[in-house]
Design a protein around this ligand. Sequence first.
Ligand SMILES: *[C@@H]1O[C@H](CO)[C@@H](O)[C@H](O)[C@H]1NC(C)=O
Ligand SMILES: *[C@@H]1O[C@H](CO)[C@@H](O)[C@H](O)[C@H]1NC(C)=O
Length: 121
Amino acid sequence: MKTALALSILTALFATANASPGVVFTPPVTDPTNTTVWTSGQVETVTWDVSNPPANITNRIGRIQFRFDDITTPLVLADNFDILLGTIQVTAPLVITGSDYSLVLFGDSGNFSPEFTINGL
Ligand SMILES: *[C@@H]1O[C@H](CO)[C@@H](O)[C@H](O)[C@H]1NC(C)=O
Ligand SMILES: *[C@@H]1O[C@H](CO)[C@@H](O)[C@H](O)[C@H]1NC(C)=O
């Protein structure tokens, strides 16, 4: 009996904790596009659409990571910025020339950019 009571209290607490989840905000990346060409080592601009943010965002701290061939690499191009900024400048990584690079923008969750080209080494 005691166990059952404790369990139901736990369940109630858990339900309360989850009752008002923050709103997941996943702004689409608008630049780079699939026709973008970056140059290794150059400062380039990343933009994303913040025209429709919800009132509550669970995580406003943004981070951009580099992707290659559909794999998110540990390379962080920018972090600790406000997801509502909508744009940030990053330095294009030193990579070999290729067209299967992309980015992932993290806030509440990850949003991929289209694949784009980097003119590299
Ligand atoms: C690039 O994006 C445009 C607009 O979303 C789309 O129409 C086009 O098919 C894309 N091209 C490639 C090669 O994915
Ligand atoms: C936003 O947060 C406030 C305060 O925590 C809450 O009262 C409100 O219901 C939330 N709105 C949404 C859409 O989650």
